[in-house]
Design a binder for this molecule. Structure first.
Ligand SMILES: Cc1cc2nc3c(=O)[nH]c(=O)nc-3n(C[C@H](O)[C@H](O)[C@H](O)COP(=O)(O)OP(=O)(O)OC[C@H]3O[C@@H](n4cnc5c(N)ncnc54)[C@H](O)[C@@H]3O)c2cc1C
Ligand SMILES: C=Cc1c2[nH]c(c1C)Cc1[nH]c(c(CCC(=O)O)c1C)Cc1[nH]c(c(C)c1CCC(=O)O)Cc1[nH]c(c(C)c1C=C)C2
Length: 487
């Protein structure tokens, strides 16, 4: 635990103005011990991957996250912040009974297959699976606990639920969350609930039924209670998810204690007797403490030579690149209704999945006339193999692949009335085998060397918006000498 703040009058520099950096600044700002917060963001906007393209006719296209989950401690925590920012009236909830929550598909061998979502279907043989899920779940009770400290998600699920579930469902799911390869990703770091269920209960089924007592408890505020009462599965905001970082930025500006700098790329961190000197392209600031909410590689490039072991471990946390193609079609063109579909890596490695954005959030469609908004996501862990060097690929390649996939998978032969292509370079960190040891070791180095530095953001403790917001809260709580629950 970091206990630097025995006396007030401290300056904290927050590096990176994505949702992690903004969340950390929000919590710092609420603490009277902190007198000044300086946020340094390299780009010309705050919010990082929370990025909503708002067209002049009112349509909204999410280029990054589109739905945030309300459940669990981290879900409550985000909703509590949303409520504190006065965004309650902007929320667009999607309930568990909505088609977008019940219907998710896999595209295999020329066909869309709906994934089982109701209890009764676990006793039926549902294609593309060759036997009922209940069969795997029953056998699962007899499988012994794994002995390794970490295991790939594919190996873990193959061992416990069978190779078919791993090859089809888990392969696709890892592409739909991490844009990653389940044979390389760590179960312990990517799905800690599954890992803990096996460790603590000896079975995933039992672990899911008897929830773990070690999860943090965050009291739900009014909004989180409403989410529970109304059974929300996910939520967005009327003017897009980017409204969230915009509201935090406004809150920070009004606090009078926060300096927000855009176009301020951090170039170098120099240790001083009282903290850090942080150099940007055209200036430098001094801070007693630094909260880094930078991508791991960006932090590794600015740390001093005395932090060599930290630098090395940060460089080992790689991230994948995703091409995001937004498409708008005239009319209601979908042959099915639901959240979207994923494509297993062995079916088409380059094409990750298609989100049917108009189904969960029709409020984001253009106001006049029927239209359908889709997002096609490509690349991820397979980017280099399929598309080559990200700097060399043209947007036409992605647009052609995306419209071809929509034609082939969804039977839509017409051309989109509008499209947009963005390439998100290194946007989702990959927690490969041994990630937990790397994180422990990095935090150990910081502790042992008494470095006034905290690590926040998607590179470390979870990639979802909720996880990243919570990592900001945890870092601030630890800095103040408490636990996240006590903040
Ligand atoms: C396509 C896509 C879809 C997603 N979908 C979902 C979803 O549906 N639900 C969900 O919960 N999550 C989703 N996520 C994940 C989630 O959006 C991210 O994990 C999260 O936004 C990461 O936040 P961050 O603050 O850690 O990082 P970032 O957003 O990467 O923020 C880091 C910031 O640091 C800045 N920076 C970089 N270098 C420097 C430097 N040298 N100096 C100063 N600043 C610097 C960057 O410009 C950036 O603003 C999705 C992500 C992507 C890419
Ligand atoms: C096709 C690629 C991707 C799609 N979404 C993402 C990628 C890479 C990114 C992403 N999606 C989710 C998260 C947050 C996870 C969390 O813990 O909240 C991230 C980073 C949510 C999500 N999306 C899908 C699943 C199974 C999840 C996990 C949470 C949940 O169950 O809601 C499935 C899914 N994602 C995409 C599609 C087309 C799809 C399934 C039909 C797009």
């Amino acid at each position: 635990m970091l206990l630097f703040f025995s006396q007030p009058m401290k300056t904290v520099a927050v590096l990176g103005g994505g949702i992690g950096g903004l969340a950390a600044s929000f919590y710092l700002c609420k603490n009277p011990q902190v007198t000044k917060v300086i946020v340094l963001e390299s780009s010309s906007r705050f919010g990082g991957w929370l990025w909503s393209l708002r067209r002049s006719d009112g349509a909204v296209f999410e280029l990054g996250p589109r739905g945030i989950r309300p459940a669990g401690a981290v879900g409550h925590n985000t909703l509590n912040m949303v409520e504190a920012l006065g965004l309650d009236g902007e929320i667009l909830p999607v309930s568990y009974s909505h088609d977008a929550s019940k219907n998710r598909f896999l595209y295999i061998n020329g066909q869309l297959h709906r994934l089982p979502s109701e209890m009764r279907t676990i006793f039926q043989t549902v294609p593309p699976f060759s036997r009922p899920l209940a069969f795997s779940l029953m056998k699962e009770f007899l499988v012994k606990k794994g002995k390794e400290a970490d295991e790939s998600i594919h190996s873990f699920v193959s061992r416990r639920l069978g190779k078919e579930v791993a090859d089809i469902a888990i392969d696709s799911m890892c592409r739909g969350v991490f844009a990653g390869d389940c044979k390389k990703l760590s179960v312990r770091s990517c799905f800690p609930a599954l890992y803990n269920a096996e460790q603590q209960r000896g079975s995933l089924t039992l672990g899911m039924l008897l929830s773990s007592g070690s999860a943090p408890v965050i009291p739900p505020g009014n909004l989180a209670q409403r989410a529970k009462k109304e059974s929300w599965a996910q939520w967005s905001l009327r003017r897009g998810v980017e409204t969230f970082p915009e509201a935090i930025t406004e809150y920070l500006q009004q606090s009078g204690r926060v300096e927000l700098h855009k176009n301020a790329a951090v170039k170098q961190m120099i240790p001083t007797t009282s903290g850090w000197k942080v150099k940007t392209e055209d200036g430098e600031i001094s801070a007693d403490h630094v909260i880094s909410a930078l991508p791991a590689k960006a932090l590794s490039c600015v740390l001093p030579p005395s932090c060599r072991s930290l630098t090395q471990q940060l460089q080992d946390i790689s991230a994948v690149t995703v091409a995001v193609v937004s498409l708008e079609y005239d009319g209601s063109i979908l042959p099915v209704t639901g959240f979207g579909h994923l494509i297993p890596s062995w079916e088409d490695p380059g094409l990750l999945g298609i989100v049917y954005d108009s189904v969960p959030f029709p409020q984001h469609n253009r106001p006049n006339g029927q239209s359908t908004r889709l997002t096609v996501m490509m690349g991820g862990a397979w980017f280099q193999n399929v598309f080559g060097d990200p700097e060399e690929v043209t947007t036409e390649v992605f647009l052609t692949r995306a419209t071809e996939a929509v034609r082939c998978h969804l039977g839509v032969s017409g051309a989109p009335r509008w499209s947009n292509v963005v390439l998100h370079t290194d946007c989702i960190p990959q927690y490969y085998l041994g990630h937990f040891q790397r994180i422990d070791s990095m935090r150990g180095f910081i502790r042992t060397n008494n470095l006034p530095l905290s690590l926040v953001g998607s590179a470390y403790d979870g990639v979802s918006v909720n996880d990243v917001v919570f990592s900001g809260r945890t870092a601030v709580a630890e800095l103040m000498g408490g636990s996240a629950e006590a903040t």
